[in-house]
Design a protein around this ligand. Structure first.
Ligand code: SAH
Length: 262
């Protein structure tokens, strides 16, 4: 153990363990402590030394999660004890991953840290579903949006829906499955064509990846017909979804379930 520890906020990638970066893997190999959550593939823990302490801080079966303040404090404490701490998060740590809050806390405590980016689910699950998030002909702008919508800020929401419906070609909604009907209705209400293609990609990049495609008008119905669609899933809206008809490569090799666009 060193006198002064350090925290690495590491993106684990979207699911397929090979999608972690080389730098992320090297951090794990040096770790004294790994603090990981539900969406980081547990197979990655194999890279950490056998002696490393492994601390799970994701959702437990009773839905209890460690509070963010406690996680911040845990990272700080372990580093102050002299440990190399890896905070391993699904996807990219800065995309709905709260790395900003953790880094802020460490900075305030004078603890050194690095952020190691990861491959985010919105891009990776889409790529594995045969959908490039941008395309010269079908999409020149791309937004990443939380579908876990805050009802306490309705006036902001209207502006946001207007922008997403009118100005952005491809939109990836994270944490949105429970709000799928609301998302589709709001986009149509604010002017998006009801025929706009939509894909819902569950368990992206993993052997059980499942994709359902449709339009803003009918995707809800199609998802309801497929019991394999569950969290985690990305809702991808935009013309780029059409590309899947030609380049659906991953599920084709797996023989995983998919429902073709009509
Ligand atoms: N930091 C993560 C996102 C965390 S928020 C990243 O950059 O990917 C959690 C949400 O991410 C889930 O609700 C889901 O919308 C999405 N997600 C994470 N892993 C996924 C996967 N393998 N397939 C589809 N969506 C995924």
């Amino acid at each position: 153990m060193r006198e002064i520890g350090k925290v690495y906020l590491v993106g684990a990638g979207p699911g397929d363990p090979k999608l972690i970066t080389v730098k992320g893997m090297e951090c794990l190999q040096q770790a004294d402590v790994v603090v990981y959550d539900r969406l980081a593939n547990p197979a990655l823990l194999e890279y950490a030394p056998k002696t490393a302490e492994r601390i799970y801080c994701g959702k437990l079966p009773d839905h209890h999660t460690m509070r963010q303040e406690s996680i911040n404090e845990l990272l700080a404490e372990k580093a102050l004890e002299g440990n190399i701490v890896v905070r391993l998060k699904g996807g990219d740590p800065c995309v709905f991953g709260r790395a900003g809050e953790e880094a802020e806390h460490l900075a305030e405590r004078g603890i050194s840290f690095e952020i190691v980016p990861g491959v985010t689910a919105g891009i990776a699950a889409s790529a594995y579903a045969g959908i490039p998030v941008t395309h010269r002909d079908h999409g020149s702008s791309f937004a990443v949006v939380t579908g876990h919508l805050r009802e306490d800020k309705p006036e902001l929401a209207v502006d946001k829906w207007r922008a997403l419906a009118g100005g952005i070609d491809t939109v990836a909604f994270y944490m949105g499955v429970a709000n799928l009907p609301l998302i589709c209705t709001q986009l149509m209400l604010h002017g998006r064509d009801p025929q706009t293609p939509v894909a819902v990609i569950a368990w992206g990049t993993l052997p059980n990846q499942t994709t359902v495609t449709g339009t803003l008008e009918n995707i809800e119905e199609r998802v309801a017909e497929n019991p394999r669609i569950s969290n985690p899933a990305i809702i991808l809206v935009g013309d780029v979804v059409k590309m899947r008809e030609k380049i659906n490569w991953f599920e084709a090799t797996l023989g995983a379930d998919s429902i073709a666009n009509s």
